[in-house]
Design a protein around this ligand. Structure first.
Ligand SMILES: [Zn+2]
Length: 104
């Protein structure tokens, strides 16, 4: 892990260390949630995998579902560089940051 300015790099991925350094294009997703689109399905034994991608930020998600009853068996996410903020931030803080940027 290396740190420079307002971001840190972990395993080659840039991670902002302050909410003000998160790219503006990511704020709608952090504020309202992702806009998921289904990009494909895969089958494996008694499971079906739904591959999803956010049309706004390109985060991808894979839901692993049991064919027999629709139960969620697992879920993974892959985030674009700079999306994740180092440390937990409440949704209120994301909303406030979004407001500050659109209000100037
Ligand atoms: Zn998104």
């Amino acid at each position: 892990m290396s740190t420079r300015g307002s971001s840190t790099t972990v395993k080659g991925k840039e991670i902002p260390t302050s909410i003000s350094s998160v790219k503006t294009k990511y704020l709608p997703c952090r504020t309202f949630g992702h806009a998921w689109g289904l990009i494909g399905t895969r089958r494996a034994d008694d499971l079906i995998l739904f591959d999803l991608s956010c049309i706004n930020c390109q985060t991808t998600r894979c839901d692993v579902i049991a064919k027999a009853n629709g139960a969620l068996e697992g879920r993974t996410y892959h985030y674009p560089d700079g999306y994740l903020k180092h440390g937990a931030i409440r949704r209120t803080a994301w909303r406030y940051e979004f407001i500050k940027r659109i209000e100037g």
